[in-house]
Design a protein around this ligand. Structure first.
Ligand code: G4P
Length: 529
């Protein structure tokens, strides 16, 4: 097969949602459609039980499960589908943000009763930063939820994106009967079935088909027609170019657990979603069709066996063909590396692969060569634009509890932060280590892993910072003055950039007023090159 055909047939995306909206359930239904699994229940939820936040075994289990389900690949209607899993627990949100750099589009799930939730907003902000095409699936329509038009208004208001329904629910809650596909102008009525995909599909050609009334009833037919008329009146026609630019989000309704609306979603998704797209690099835009292989590491996972400190680096292929045992440039280390056992992930199975193409994710066994954001290339060297860091929410100072093990602690915290478990900011004088995370859980993970994998003991002292701010300026003198004046609140990040640790929003506003030539950012994406 030609490389252009390989690229064209691939779809690499993530399913994202506020916890409990139905990400695991929808993923499982898509795998059922793809024949990658035979019955529901095969995909374990990667959620850490809410009651078990300090249960280390749960943390370990989570790590194990999330390796197995990191990438779920399957074939459907001649397409190769790669679903990149994202952690369910909000404390691992940073992991999700990084995974979003490795996908070409996303499906966002909304719970029809809860509408837009806290995590929905943050995830969408990340998608909007990169203009990632988004499809929205409004789930749990079998339960009493909000009016579909209200939900659509809320999506537009709160997520700062235009929406366009491409399917429409027939009833809601107790009266929910299925969905009408606006995109295909037909109706597939499935029998509700929680464990497998029903073969019994009633196909209805269009709204005038007399079968419709027979099946869903006179009232429901009248209501459906009325609502669809309103949809056509209110929303612009669907334009796939606008969707691909991330300006409009097509919306689907359904019930993942009952398999309602899932097929409509999947088939429309395959029709309109982008095949692998290129990425910006230090040497310009890299197209997937470029002859030479290139890719970047967006996730690193420690192995479960503490006796072997191996890790798996997840590489997203951007261009060319990746081959087993071929030497590639590790750009940051200026080193040639080859990979004898690159792994692909087909549902729950890991298997060694000989080649992979743009859009694919391969797992590379690593003994400490990789950091998140590293680039591999063939031929010329360049680096992909870094993976952004976001300001942590919680900051703690790391304290060594065993002076005999300070080397181990140093190495451990360095490696764990390379893996992206947390962010490390170094403060001078004294080489003080401030660890920043989005959730409390990571501190427990770090403490546990430092002790179990590196034999180092530590404690954390809370430091009350409001945000870590990266800075850009054209006025170098002003930045130097600022760094000097605020020395006790300045630290350096992993790439040696200055970061201002603002104690309160007020102090940040003051700093902005006093140093007008400096721009403060809550993400490292705007970093000076
Ligand atoms: P998540 O990965 O986004 O966190 O959500 P998950 O799929 O685990 O779904 C959260 C809960 O919502 C689950 O119930 C699941 O069964 C339920 N759910 C998912 N889709 C639908 C739907 O279309 N309709 C209804 N009514 N419920 C749905 P749970 O009680 O938390 O877990 P379980 O015991 O059912 O596994």
């Amino acid at each position: 097969m030609k490389i252009t055909d390989e690229i064209e047939k691939r779809r690499t995306f993530a399913i994202i949602s506020h916890p409990d909206a139905g990400k695991t359930t929808l993923t499982e239904k898509l795998l059922l459609f793809g024949g990658a699994i035979q019955t529901a229940g095969a995909v374990k939820s990667n959620k850490i039980k809410k009651t078990a936040t300090s249960d280390f075994m749960e943390i370990e289990k989570q790590r194990g499960i999330s390796v197995a389900t990191s990438v779920m690949a399957f074939q459907y209607q001649g397409k190769q589908i790669n679903i990149l899993d994202t952690p369910g627990h909000k404390d691992f949100a940073e992991d999700t943000y990084r995974t979003l750099t490795a996908v070409d589009s996303v499906i966002l799930i909304i719970d029809c009763a809860n509408g837009v939730e806290e995590q929905t907003k943050r995830l969408m902000e990340v998608c909007r930063m990169r203009n990632t095409p988004v499809i929205i699936f409004i789930n749990k329509m079998d339960r009493e939820g909000r009016d579909p038009f209200d939900l659509l208004d809320e999506l537009e208001d709160m997520l700062d994106i235009r929406v366009r329904p491409l399917s429409w629910p027939i009833g809601i809650g107790a009266t929910f009967q299925g969905v009408y596909s606006i995109y295909n102008k037909n109706l597939n009525l499935f029998a509700a079935n929680k464990t497998k995909i029903s073969e019994e599909i009633v196909k209805i050609a269009d709204l005038e088909d007399p079968q419709l009334e027979k099946i869903i009833g006179e009232d429901a037919t009248a209501e459906l027609k009325e609502e669809l008329e309103l949809v056509e009146g209110v929303y612009d026609d669907f334009n796939s170019e606008d969707y691909l630019k991330g300006e409009v989000a097509p919306v689907f309704f359904g019930s993942a657990i009952n398999n309602f609306g899932v097929k409509e979603l999947l088939e429309t998704f395959l029709d309109i979603s982008p095949s692998p797209i290129g990425r910006e690099s230090s040497e310009g835009y890299v197209e997937p069709e470029d002859k030479d292989f290139s890719g970047f590491v967006f996730k690193i996972h420690a192995n479960l066996d503490p006796n072997h400190r191996d890790r798996i680096a997840f590489l997203r292929i951007v261009s060319g063909k990746f081959e087993r045992n071929k030497f590639y440039n590790h750009v940051r280390l200026d080193k040639k590396l080859k990979f004898p056992n690159p792994t692909s992930f087909m549902a729950q199975d890991k298997s060694v692969i000989d080649e992979a193409y743009p859009g694919d994710v391969v797992g590379l066994y690593d003994t400490g060569n990789f950091k998140i954001g590293d680039t591999l290339t063939e031929g010329v060297t360049f680096s992909f634009k870094g993976i952004p860091s976001f300001s942590p929410e919680i900051f703690m100072e790391l304290e060594n509890k065993d002076p005999m093990k300070s080397k181990q602690l140093e190495k451990g915290i360095q490696q764990l932060t390379d893996e992206g478990v947390a962010q490390l900011f170094i403060q001078q004088p004294g080489n003080r280590k401030i660890v920043g995370t989005v959730g409390q859980l990571q501190f427990e993970v770090i403490k546990y892993r430092l002790e179990n994998e590196y034999g180092a003991k530590c404690d954390f002292t809370p430091r009350r910072f409001y945000k870590a701010c990266w800075m850009t300026t054209d006025n170098r003198d002003q930045l130097d003055q600022f760094v000097k004046a605020k020395a006790s609140y300045i630290a350096k990040d992993k790439d040696d950039n200055y970061v201002f640790l603002a104690e309160t929003k007020f102090l940040l506003d003051m700093a902005q007023q006093d140093y007008p030539d400096i721009t403060f950012h809550f993400t490292s994406d705007f970093k000076v090159k």
